[in-house]
Ligand binder design. Structure first.
Ligand SMILES: Nc1ncnc2c1ncn2[C@@H]1O[C@H](COP(=O)(O)OP(=O)(O)OP(=O)(O)O)[C@@H](O)[C@H]1O
Ligand SMILES: [Mg+2]
Length: 319
């Protein structure tokens, strides 16, 4: 096992209250797998991804939990130890590459620095930077460009080229294609697939479950700061057990059928004051008074590899 996240909770201490961005989240990432996190906006996907990198931004704090990566708790490492791991063993690609690229420095400088900080000699780093650009289908003269001279898709290719520099064990990609058109989106996904083929585990984040289906091995579904379902793609798509997962799937438009698209009624809760019991109960068609609004369902394994946090998984109404 490459990564083990145990009971992770992250709160944001804002002026208007404590936002429980993620609560009690546990999962593993295996070597060489592609796991995709899905859920509506505000469900805690980025919060968990940042915590795995030990990069939760202020006013956020990890209030409990462990993030064991190759046997070490990332949350307990010193700055220097983190520096050695980040960008080399585990790396992250963001929705907007402008947040990770420096607008005032050339692509080449930034790619080379990403390697020299880990001890690669500069001339070797320059050669490798050219090769990496080619791998992501950019001509080597782009080394002399500044980020703003590239398109959004090209900038994202540069971030992936940087991520590829060391064949990381884990790549976290947080909505890396959201701002891009479908064709470019697909080519970025292909690059992630190539990294996977070389042994990198892909930790992908999206609010679009249809993006998850084709390439992932497993899907993790988040709702209101909680992990509510986890399973293989087949289990999640063919036999979703959480009513929220079902609703997410039914909300995907299907070009080839007459099936109506069903939006999920209601809104995600305010995470300063999440609902008691199951956080989904106010929106859930199956919610039962006295149970769903009172007791918080634990995430449990109901069949091999398939975990769900629901009192009535699959809609079973047995008492
Ligand atoms: N810097 C912050 N300060 C305060 N609250 C935050 C901050 N970042 C996130 N939150 C809150 O934490 C909760 C989880 O947010 P998060 O960004 O993890 O969701 P997400 O699933 O990544 O959503 P999206 O799909 O919109 O990216 C939300 O209620 C959000 O408002
Ligand atoms: Mg996010």
């Amino acid at each position: 096992m490459l990564l083990e996240v145990r009971n992770l909770s992250v709160y944001y201490y804002t002026l208007s209250g404590v936002v429980k961005g993620a609560e009690g989240v546990s999962f593993n990432v295996e070597e060489g797998e592609w796991i995709t996190f899905v859920g509506e906006s505000g469900s805690g996907k980025s919060t968990v991804a940042h915590a795995v990198m030990n990069l939760v931004p202020s006013p956020g704090k990890v209030v409990s939990g462990e993030v064991i990566f190759e046997g070490k708790d990332i949350l307990k490492l010193s700055k220097e130890e983190l520096r050695q791991i980040r960008g080399k063993e585990m790396t992250m690609v963001f929705q907007d590459p402008m947040t990770s690229l420096d607008p005032l420095r050339t692509i080449g400088d930034q790619m080379i620095e990403a390697m020299t900080v880990h001890g690669v000699p500069e001339d070797e780093a320059r050669e490798r930077a050219k090769e990496l650009l080619q791998r992501v289908n950019l001509p080597p003269d782009r080394l002399d460009y500044y980020p703003h001279q590239l398109s959004g898709g090209q900038r994202q290719r540069v971030s992936i080229a940087i991520a590829m520099a060391f064949r990381p064990k884990l790549l976290i990609a947080d909505e890396p294609t959201t701002a891009l058109d479908v064709i470019v989106q697909d080519s970025i996904m292909d690059l992630l697939d190539e990294m996977k083929a070389e042994g990198t585990s892909i930790y992908f984040v999206t609010h679009d479950i249809s993006l998850a289906v084709e390439r992932s091995d497993r899907i993790a579904v988040m709702y209101a700061g909680k992990l509510v379902e986890l399973g293989t793609v087949e289990q999640i798509v063919e036999n979703p057990l959480h009513p929220y997962t079902k609703a997410l799937i039914e909300a995907v438009p299907d070009l080839w059928s007459e099936r109506p698209v069903k939006a999920i009624p209601g809104y995600p809760p305010d995470l300063r004051n999440p609902p008691k019991g199951c956080r989904f109960h106010p929106r859930c068609p199956l919610a039962k008074a006295g149970i769903c609004d009172a007791e918080e369902p634990e995430l449990r394994e109901v069949e091999r590899y398939h975990f769900v946090a629901c009192h009535f998984p699959g809609g079973a109404k047995d008492e």
